[in-house]
Design a protein around this ligand. Structure first.
Ligand SMILES: Nc1ncnc2c1ncn2[C@@H]1O[C@H](COP(=O)(O)OP(=O)(O)O)[C@@H](O)[C@H]1O
Ligand SMILES: [Mg+2]
Length: 267
């Protein structure tokens, strides 16, 4: 029959900031199980779109349909409860707590009242077992007793992914998880996201095109608030509109330049 169903369906979404249209009738479908990358030049509106999906910003128009339900007006906590979770959304890292304590807190926030009937000691033990499992999942088993504030930058980002995983997301939103990382750290993050593929549906905003093309099942390109193309990495790589958006000229440059917006290029 048709392709996997869309867990997220963004329909004609509009966000205005005064006279600026940051999201301009954007349409985007994320299918269950896929890793969907969202790319676009600086200022294209990627973060603004993610904020509307997470509930941090209210759209001016259009709809956000999550798992068949109209989530456009849902408050953030309801989205998280339904499984639409962005990193930093609810739980940021507590730097003076251990990795395991951080994860156990995230797990506790997920379970809410569900464990009330258990004896507290047992509930706590189960939480810490689950926390250790998440720590292992994100490559922090050897660091689980460290204070989160003593982790490296890359390890803190891994922990943030763990905090989201602890909430059992149905769709994980990631806005430039590799930002500020060196090659080793971003390599580890790519491996982590690769290991989650198929298990967790992801919408990933990312600048690093090597990472995008390694990770993504499908790619959407946002330019001036509009999705101008959605397709396989190969389709996007050869799409003239996408190349023009990045390069200002569909004949200029190599595709590898695609990841680096002109304004940001090192001199
Ligand atoms: N809170 C805000 N108020 C006014 N303008 C904003 C706000 N947030 C973002 N913008 C503007 O919206 C546009 C899209 O920004 P953003 O979503 O951060 O782009 P990206 O993440 O793709 O770089 C930019 O022109 C930016 O200056
Ligand atoms: Mg951004």
């Amino acid at each position: 029959m048709t392709a996997a169903k869309a867990i997220l369906d963004v329909r004609d979404l509009v966000k205005r900031f005064g006279g600026l249209v940051a999201t301009d009738h954007a349409n985007l479908q994320v299918r269950e199980g896929e890793l969907h990358a969202l790319i676009g030049p600086n200022g294209a509106g990627k973060t603004t779109l993610i904020h509307q999906l997470s509930g941090a910003l209210a759209p001016t128009g259009g709809r956000i349909v999550f798992d068949g339900a109209d989530a456009t007006d849902w408050p953030m906590h309801r989205r998280v409860h339904a499984g639409l979770v962005r990193s930093y959304q609810i739980t940021s890292i507590f730097k003076r707590l251990s990795v395991l304590d951080n994860l156990a807190l995230a797990i506790q926030s997920r379970s809410g009242g569900n464990m009330r009937f258990w004896r507290p000691a047992r509930a706590e033990r189960e939480r810490y077992e689950a926390a250790a499992e998440v720590a292992r999942r994100v490559g922090l088993a050897q660091r689980q007793d460290r204070l989160a504030g003593n982790l490296s930058h890359g390890e803190q980002r891994q922990l943030e992914v763990g905090m989201v995983l602890a909430l059992r997301p149905r769709l994980m939103l990631l806005d430039e998880p590799m930002a500020g990382m060196g090659p080793d750290e971003s390599g580890r993050m790519v491996e982590l996201l690769l290991s989650l593929k198929g298990e967790i549906t992801m919408l990933l905003v990312e600048h690093d095109m090597d990472a995008v093309f390694r990770l993504a099942d499908r790619v959407s390109t946002l330019v001036f608030g509009k999705i101008i193309a959605t397709g396989s990495p190969e389709d996007i790589r050869s799409n003239p509109d996408v190349r023009r958006a990045y390069l200002g000229d569909d004949e200029a440059g190599q595709f590898k330049d695609l990841g680096v917006p002109a304004a940001r290029k090192a001199v």
